[in-house]
Design a protein around this ligand. Structure first.
Ligand SMILES: NC(=O)c1ccc[n+]([C@@H]2O[C@H](COP(=O)([O-])OP(=O)(O)OC[C@H]3O[C@@H](n4cnc5c(N)ncnc54)[C@H](OP(=O)(O)O)[C@@H]3O)[C@@H](O)[C@H]2O)c1
Length: 229
């Protein structure tokens, strides 16, 4: 099995790549601006998921029709701004990276998966897609769009043992959401989470494995959020 991970240079993607590599899987990650650790550099290619050719070359160079392929889409960015003050180009860029980048990678792997009759695609969506939070219109739009896109791709490919699902993350104790959040704000976020704690990278890993192992779950979303809605 070959595991392709976009946005694997830090945060959740890096953690998944490191764990799957330690388990002996062939892993292929992308970075865009964060150079990966020297020990892992063999696993990485520099790819901007906003660039269709770069995404297709990365996939074409690493997989063939003989491979069982798993694609995990972790590449993502955020843009915090009130809608009335937002720069439209910055807003659109979030859509192009989070939604467009995910689609570019899916579009590149699907022909291989279709011919092999196997594929697992896992995207990371967010609680912010379902919960209105001030300043997050671009990110929320990019993440909720993954749900509709995945349902359509799921039915197109269901007979080929290709599944596509989203993990809707709440607040994970790694990566973008809590970086730079002061202690006081962290405390107030924790108080809103029914389980009383942030999600851990281990929770993410177990959920990804579960989706890889199940061929009958497709077009669905798993909320990984400690009960926060
Ligand atoms: N952490 C959370 O609590 C949380 C919550 C909800 C949803 N999510 C989602 O989960 C996924 C992973 O999040 P994370 O927290 O691990 O994020 P992160 O730590 O900010 O890492 C983001 C990754 O995306 C890559 N990336 C950004 N722009 C890119 C581009 N144009 N082309 C290719 N790669 C690009 C970055 O690569 P470089 O650094 O090399 O540029 C980095 O590897 C994201 O989709 C995020 O929206 C996370």
């Amino acid at each position: 099995m070959k595991i392709l991970i976009t946005g694997a240079s830090r945060g959740i993607g890096l953690d998944l790549l490191s764990r799957f590599k330690a388990e002996g899987f062939a892993v292929y990650g992308t970075y865009s601006s964060t150079l990966p650790d020297e020990k892992l550099q063999d696993c990485f290619t520099r790819v901007d998921v906003g660039n269709t050719d770069e995404v297709q070359n990365w996939v074409n160079q690493n997989v063939s029709e003989e491979d069982d392929i798993v694609l995990i889409n972790c590449a993502g960015i955020n843009y915090n701004s009130l809608a009335r003050r937002a720069y439209v180009d910055d807003w659109m860029n979030v859509i192009d990276i989070n939604l467009g980048g995910t689609f570019r990678a899916i579009n590149a792997v699907l022909p291989f998966m279709y011919k092999k009759g196997f594929g697992r695609i896992i995207n990371f969506s967010s609680i912010l897609g379902q919960k209105g939070v001030v300043g997050t219109s671009a990110y929320a739009a990019s993440k909720s769009a993954l749900w509709g896109m995945s349902k359509a791709i799921a039915v197109e490919n269901a007979k080929k043992n290709i599944t596509i699902n989203n993990i809707n993350l709440g607040y994970i104790n790694a990566g973008m959401t809590l970086s730079d959040v002061p202690d006081k704000l962290r405390e107030s976020i924790i108080q809103q989470i029914p389980s009383g704690k942030f999600g851990e990278l281990d929770d993410v890993y177990k959920t990804v494995k579960y989706l890889i192992d199940n061929e009958y779950i497709t077009g669905s979303n798993i909320d990984l959020n400690g009960g926060l809605y």
